[in-house]
Design a protein around this ligand. Sequence first.
Ligand code: TYD
Ligand code: MG
Length: 458
Amino acid sequence: MAKTKSAYFCQSCGYESPKWLGKCPSCNQWNTFVEEVIDKGALNVPTWKSASGTQRLNKPSKVEQIEATTEERTLTSDAELDRVLGGGLVAGSVILIGGEPGIGKSTLMLQLALNMPNKRILYISGEESEQQIKMRAERITNSPKADCYILTETATQNIFKQIEQLEPEIVIVDSIQTLHSAHIESTPGSVSQVRECTAELLRFAKETATPVFLIGHITKDGAIAGPKILEHMVDTVLQFEGDRHHIYRILRSIKNRFGATAELGIYAMQGNGLREVSNPSEILLSQRDEELSGITIGATLEGARPMLIETQALVSISAYGTPQRSATGFDIRRMNMLLAVLEKKCGFRLGVKDVFLNIAGGIKVEDPAIDLAIMAAIISSHEDISISSKICFAAEVGLSGEIRAVNRIEQRIAEAEKLGFEKIVVSNYNLKGVDRDKFKIQLITVSKIEEVFALLFG
Ligand code: TYD
Ligand code: MG
């Protein structure tokens, strides 16, 4: 009998070691090593077509001699997903979709599977029974347009047998952590299993030019569970996120070999599945009749898409010795920096105040162009004077209180105008080469934070 071979794997990053270690030398996490049996070759079960044993010997080719083919893209039934993918589904690409439990990954994928017209789609589920999937399918649509097959199976060898018979045009796996390959003896979900199953599916996708979607679980700290290596192996990594208590969900691209990252898709989770939200600004701005202090609108850009987002601030006298600072949807360190600028340049005594900041709609904003809107919201709450809801902001603020230019200003201005804003505050340095007469919206330019204060409150 062949000796079983085992190794220790870091469950956080996939680092392999022959011995158990307390601390992973690669990702510095403690207590993450688990013994896994790697028994390659002992079992003679074929993976995807490897049985035929045709090994191609690749030769180096000159760049000029390689034929340039534009990748073939299929549009899905989901415009948001197409945008996040960079303009449709690329043949043979492997796409990993990560997200917290219950966020709607299975719903998103099943909805795609049911709505792709005239395609044969195989939805492999290792988590739910056929009945459960049928129930969900009925919730989503009562007239499926696609040829959608459901397979409840977790052994990759059996899956490939079915695939060979069915010849699906798109394969969806829910989830990669439930699959297991007979080549490896460790439990499903362990690093070596996840890696092996992904590798087998990857080989299948590349050889047959079939796109494969993999649903992946997420750990507590938000990383895709199991190995980071999974992210290196696949072509595209999408993250499905949002607050489970809100209806909005965001699909974000983290890595994309076939398009830009930073693209964003927005959905609303409804009783009958996910609905695409094509004009996000409208949902992100709350409808309010009276003007309240502490609320401003920032014109931000997510990917190539302009979005007007409401920022809310609450500044109040600190009841305890140490003032509280909290920010939802925004980097708290950056907020502290903006507070320091306000303190130094405008003389606000914010050091003794509690400051709470919230970006509406459960969105996380990284675009620095929201700085000015945040500062204006803080000033507004501090002074308890409201700012007109017809005015919005698009500028970055520097450490010395200078108002800095942001990219694609014309796009932001156009979006603000489209949504009926009357004024937009931008940096003085931002309007070089911008045709100001093109816009009906009033452009207010500022160069220092002090000017903004004077402008808003006279
Ligand atoms: P699910 O797709 O099962 O999440 P995941 O696969 O990421 O774990 O979605 C689960 C949630 O979505 C569940 O709480 C119910 C809700 N939901 C709706 O609100 N409307 C629907 O039409 C469907 C199918 C689910
Ligand atoms: Mg699920």
